[in-house]
Design a binder for this molecule. Sequence first.
Ligand code: PMV
Length: 314
Amino acid sequence: KEKATGTSYAKIIFFGEHSVVYGKPAVAIPLYSVDVSATLERTVIGQTIHCRYFDGPISQMNDNLQGVRVLIDRLLNLFEANELSFRLTIESKVPAERGMGSSAATAIALVRAFFNLFEKPLSRLELLTLADIEEKITHGNPSGLDAATASSEAPIWFIKNQVNEQIEFHRSNLCLVIADSGIKGKTSEAVSLVHNNLIDEPDMAMPLIDQLGQIATTARQALADSDQVTLGRLMSQSQTDLAKLGVSTKALDQFCQIAITYNALGAKLTGSGLGGCMIALAKNQRDAQIIATKLRQAGATQTWIQSFKNYEFT
Ligand code: PMV
């Protein structure tokens, strides 16, 4: 082929952030409207990349894109195409450093673009293994949750170092509002905060971690049953637990409050906390629009609405 594209999605954690670090299950979902596309075109000369951080020859890419560069080298080796002349354009709607898996989404789109260009079949395992090359360089010790979700069409059931499977949720009638607080999520800081809490106050923190894990398990069933009321209740319970662990912020608490005031069935922070995003479960599209507007008025820098209504698991 002369030209090929690969795509992927942003991820958000629906249930199980923080407790997933301690071996509990998590449920993460791809955000279909927040996507990444990587387009690879054969050219006559040069190897160039065009993305929001860099525009020019691959060889001159800055150090913070090292993961992407190493992954491209690996893909060129894999296809015995080190001499290939190409232009790679990456278009991403995923905001950086908001816990939405921006780097993993880029890696997934990139791998898919190469396999499409060379018309080679790509297994899910191979896709995740290749994306992990970039994620290891960018994040050190990634759990794999971001890449698993970025490459999925369905919610993901995830247990660290164990399973990563797509969850069936036949035509769940979910309508989620996601709001960005505009503040960078501080993943390592939040993870150490919870860790310190577990050491200093295990009687307080351990039951919260256990409960967050239990919530994810109950949520899986609620997703399968399309039981929105239960899902909403579980979201708000998660938010209470996460706030007790110390990872919520005033802005995130306020966003949750606003969502509930405007009829959301539940709301919680998503991802590491100490910044980043909030998600709320709205009863319908109309409520979702209202909640999103109110959240923007309260300072959300960006909002998204995701409806799963017409989604069918295949
Ligand atoms: O920052 P995010 O959205 O990738 O979320 C981190 C999730 C944590 O559970 C807090 C940490 C982890 O490594 O799973």
